[in-house]
Every structure is written in C-alpha cells, then in structure tokens.
Design a binder for this molecule. Structure first.
Ligand code: GDP
Length: 458
C-alpha cells in the first residue's frame, strides 16, 4: 500500500475550547518547508533535525500572530508516515482558527475528518482495526471501552487475526499445490490432520463472535427501561442512578421509534435508559397507569427494571404491569425498603421469574446488589481480563461471523469427505472475511466510509 501521492493537509488537532494550549497539525510533502515561511525562530525548520521542538513566532505579513512551539517530524517516523509539523499555540478557538487560516495561505488544505488516520492506514502504518480504534478512543465513554480501544490500537486483535489468516493460507496453499501438482503433493490422510486445525480456528473465531455482543454492551450500554405505576419511585431511581456518577452522558434521539435514550454510567456499567422522558413526565400526564409510553419501549429493551413500592401492598396495576413484562429480562426493585421490609415478594415470584431486590432510591440501599445482578445477567466475566480484546463494531462482527460460517462449511465438507477444491473455496472466503476486519483487501468505498466518521485533526 505504498506509492500514494498526497497533498499537504492541516487541521486543528486539539479540542476547540478555551484550553491553555492548542495544536495545529500539518502533514504532507514540503510541510516543513512551507511552515518555514510563517515561522520566525532562531533556526529554520527545514534545517532542523527530525523530532525536535523549536521556539518562535507565527508571523503573517509582518504581523506576529502567536508565540509558539513547533514540532518537526520527518517521514517516515510519524503518525501519517509523511513529513509532519505540529504547531503548539495558545488555546482559544479564535486564535487557533487564525493560525489555521494562515497555514492555508501556504497552499495547504484543511483536512477532512479522519484524513490523518486514513493516511496512516494507506501508508501502511496502522491497519483498519487499529484505525477504527482511534475513532473509538476519541469516543470512549467508560474505562472498559477505553481499555479495549487501547488494546486494539496496539494491534492485539490484528495480531491474533493475522495468525489465524496465516494458518488458513498455509492450508489453502497446501491444497492448491496438491491439486496443481498431484505427483509431488499427496493429500492422502490430509483431512484427519486438517479437521482439528480448522476446529481450533473455528473456536477462536466463534469466541470473537460471542464476545462481540458483550463488547457492544460494555461500549454502548444495556438498553434499559424503568417501569412501574406512579409514585413507586421511578424518577427517584433514575435520579439516584444518574446523580451518583454525576454523569448523564448524552441524550440520543432517534432509535427505531424515536424514543428518547439517555446514557448513564451506573457503578461502572453503561446503561442506555430508554424513554426516561416518559418517566419524568408522568406527573403531568393524564395517563392512568403512567407507563403506557414505557410499554412501547419494552420491546426494544435488553433489561427491564420494574419498580414496586415495598411500603404498600401490591395492587392490580402492579399485576397488570407484571403480566406485560413477564417474558422479558426483568429485575424487580422493591423500592422504599427504608420504610418497610418488602412483604409481597412471594406474590411477585408467582408471576415473574426474576430477581427481586430490596432497594431504596432514598438511601441507596440495594445499589451494589443491583449492579452485581446486572453484571451476572449480562456479562460472562470473560471480558473482565483487561488484556482480552473484543471486536469494536458491527462491521468487524459481521466479517467475523462470515468467517465463522465459511469455516463451519469447511468442517462440514471434511466430514462429508467432499473434494479438496470444494474446501478451498470456503477456506478462501474465511481468509478474506478475516482480512476485511484488519483492512487487507477492503474496497476503497469501505475505507472512505470508515474514515469519514472521524473528527478532523485525527
Ligand atoms: P414515580 O412517580 O414512580 O416517578 O415516583 P417518584 O420518584 O416521583 O417518587 C414518589 C414519591 O416517593 C416521592 O415523594 C419520593 O420522594 C418518594 N420516594 C421515592 N423513592 C423512595 C425511597 O426509596 N424511600 C422513600 N422513603 N421514599 C421514596
């Protein structure tokens, strides 16, 4: 993947905020010589050694724009593998924009989102799964997701996938050579050797497919709905969960039915609370049971938190709610346990086969147990090890699932004693599907699609 000829690009690489320092990054041919034209310092940047820092000023048409430190990094030991300059200037959106504008006067183009990382990929410095993890790193919202992005960026996933591909390629080559040159290569007894090898690869691939779901839950959050009749403490629960971590992270509009989602981090677990607005509204709403809107979201949910009032006997409203959720993944919170011990647990157990936890949104009692219960329901613990990598997104998961399917075909063919050329087609498919994950042999469109999701300057 060498021999790409690019123009020179620039972007503000730091956040557009009132931070102390801002970074403007320039990459491409003659970037160092070009910046020399607006840099005044003790020495010329074009004469400087690679990986050195220079103090000076950015000057345009005899006007000093800012006092700066400039980093000079020559190809190929840079992020993009091109000559790269970074201008560390004073922070502040206005000033950074002004310097960026000056840089563009030098016939340097403002980069598209993700263009630096795209060059790093096209110039062979990182592979596609690593490039995607740069994007994930920027967007990581919790520790586990961050750790995974770091692992991916360091190429742990790529390394494992490359090994699997090498093993497959070895077998493909073996079969092809035997078919081409039957006199010198003998396939007698080959299937007995091949089957356990393919089974091993299949197991590894299946593992990645199965943990990807868990990975997505860690990264994106568990889709959760809170239900319960009015006054049982739903909004108190919501406030308690959100406030505790002081982190209502985002409000996302537009799931399939335009329900409102809120991401919160509850004791280290990411939850995507669906339609919490409905809960907050119930006080003003004329709804009788007050959960009609939540019913709409029940179908979409991974988890239902059913809140009941421990201080009062259950009534018909409770039972009608339980009827509607009994097929789902439910945790019952017997709220207001600070007022009274939950008496009606057995009545709930008659309808729902769900864990019933005493809880108090007021005192926080039961929060640890709730966290533990959610973990048990959703996480196998396989990803608890910090060094365990999981697939980062749906694209990678789809390719891994394709590889799994092809490998299963291979095993099937071996068992049915099908001819070798039959096998090699499926082996090749698996090989390609795995290649897609790390961007070997991916189409240009796919590459463009992925990089357009980045922010500029990365
Ligand atoms: P919602 O209608 O289900 O959203 O219920 P709210 O969250 O508005 O709570 C109804 C009332 O119960 C409020 O007065 C809360 O302060 C109170 N409440 C909620 N949770 C608890 C709790 O755990 N203990 C006690 N003692 N009161 C609670």
């Amino acid at each position: 993947m060498q021999d790409h000829h690019f123009d020179t690009i620039c972007a503000i690489a730091s956040a557009m905020s009132q931070a102390g320092i801002g970074v403007i990054r320039i990459s491409g041919p003659n970037s160092i010589e070009k910046i020399d034209r607006i840099f005044r310092g003790k020495e010329k940047l074009s004469e400087a050694q690679s990986h050195t820092i220079h103090y000076g000023h950015i000057v345009w048409q005899d006007t000093v724009i800012d006092e700066v430190m400039v980093l000079v990094m020559r190809a190929p030991r840079t992020y993009t593998r091109e000559d790269t300059v970074e201008i560390d200037c004073h922070g502040g959106a206005f000033l950074m924009q002004k310097i960026l504008k000056t840089v563009t006067e030098l016939n340097i183009r403002v980069a598209d989102p993700g263009e630096f990382t795209k060059r790093a990929f096209l110039n062979g410095r990182i592979d596609l799964s690593q490039a995607e993890s740069v994007m994930d790193l920027i967007g990581s919202k919790n520790n586990a997701a961050l750790k995974n992005s770091m692992n991916l960026l360091q190429g742990r996933l790529s390394k494992q996938i490359r090994l699997l591909r090498e093993e497959l390629l070895y077998e493909i080559a073996h079969i092809e050579s035997a078919l081409d040159d039957p006199e010198h290569y003998d396939l007698e007894g080959y299937y007995e050797v091949l089957l356990p090898k393919i089974e091993k690869i299949y197991d590894k691939v299946s593992y990645f497919v199965s943990t990807s779901e868990e990975g997505a839950l860690i990264k994106e959050g568990i889709k959760t709905v809170i239900v319960g009749k009015p006054n049982v403490g739903k909004s108190s629960l919501l406030n308690f969960m959100a406030k505790k971590e002081r982190a209502i992270v985002t409000e996302i509009e537009g799931t399939t039915r335009d329900l409102l989602e809120e991401q919160i981090l509850f004791q280290g677990i990411m939850l995507r609370l669906i339609d919490t607005a409905g809960i907050r509204d119930t006080k003003d709403a004329v709804e009788k049971i007050g959960v009609q809107r939540s019913y709409d979201s029940i179908e979409d949910a991974d988890l239902i938190l059913y809140v009941a009032d421990a201080s009062l006997p259950l009534d018909e409203n409770d039972f009608s709610i339980m009827e509607r959720i009994k097929e789902k993944n439910v945790i019952v919170l017997f709220n207001k346990s600070d007022l009274a011990p939950a008496a009606d647990e057995s009545k709930i157990k008659n309808v729902l086969s769900a864990p019933v936890l005493p809880f108090s949104a007021k005192t926080g009692e039961g929060a640890d147990l709730l966290q533990k219960t959610i973990k048990e329901l959703f996480f196998s613990g396989r990803l608890a090890d910090d060094n365990e990598v999981f697939l980062a997104n749906a694209r990678q998961t789809a390719s891994m699932a394709e590889a799994k399917k092809s490998l299963s075909n291979v095993m099937e063919s071996i068992k049915n004693d099908m001819p070798e050329d039959f096998l090699s087609i499926d082996l090749m498919d698996a090989y390609e599907a795995l290649g897609n994950i790390i961007g070997e042999s991916v189409e240009d469109d796919l590459v463009n699609e992925i990089f357009s999701k980045f922010c500029t300057g990365k």
